[in-house]
Write a protein that binds this ligand. Sequence first.
Ligand code: SF4
Length: 120
Amino acid sequence: MKKALVCISCPMGCCLEAEISEQGEFLGLSGNHCARGAAYARQECLSPTRMVTALLPVPGIVTPLSVRTDKPLPKAQIFPCLEYLKTVKPSLPVRIGDIIVPDILNSGVNIIATRNLPSD
Ligand code: SF4
């Protein structure tokens, strides 16, 4: 089975075509111009991940707290993660880099603040 991808590892945006077996094994790749593209395609085909960002309402103030994962999260966990984040009520003060949710959904990924609240 062939899978078309666009490499997002650099601005060139190479069009890739990966070959995957019926059992889900990565068999080969064409269209990449460098090893980074090959690594990206393999990861995307076998275990896709994404960075996740969100805005969390903070009780008592209008300004929401922006957060992100500290590393990519498996794609299948993105929506459960966003659902979980709806239940989180951060308490102030928060500094950039503070861990708001450690090890979310036992993924090994932390949710961290990307702004100071209250603002400096
Ligand atoms: S394959 Fe290499 S050159 Fe092409 S977009 Fe990916 S990183 Fe850039």
